[in-house]
Design a protein around this ligand. Structure first.
Ligand code: SF4
Length: 64
């Protein structure tokens, strides 16, 4: 499983970073940065799915 982000739609709510800080960082303006390119380690899959679900702008996607 991996995650993708349509960063052009990010509104900077920071919820993704709160749910999965090892997967989603925020830049200096508070917009999402995906930290893990490619397959996530198994222990990060749960937090990553929570983060994807938490994003109110539907910026984030899971690719299984
Ligand atoms: S929760 Fe969504 S809108 Fe908010 S910072 Fe993360 S990706 Fe952007």
């Amino acid at each position: 499983m991996r995650v993708t982000a349509d960063t052009s739609q990010c509104a900077g709510h920071t919820l993704c970073n709160a749910a999965a800080p090892q997967v989603f960082d925020l830049d200096d303006e508070g917009y999402v940065v995906v930290l893990v390119e490619g397959d996530l380690p198994p222990e990060l899959e749960g937090p990553a799915r929570e983060a994807v679900a938490a994003c109110p702008e539907r910026v984030l996607s899971v690719v299984d």
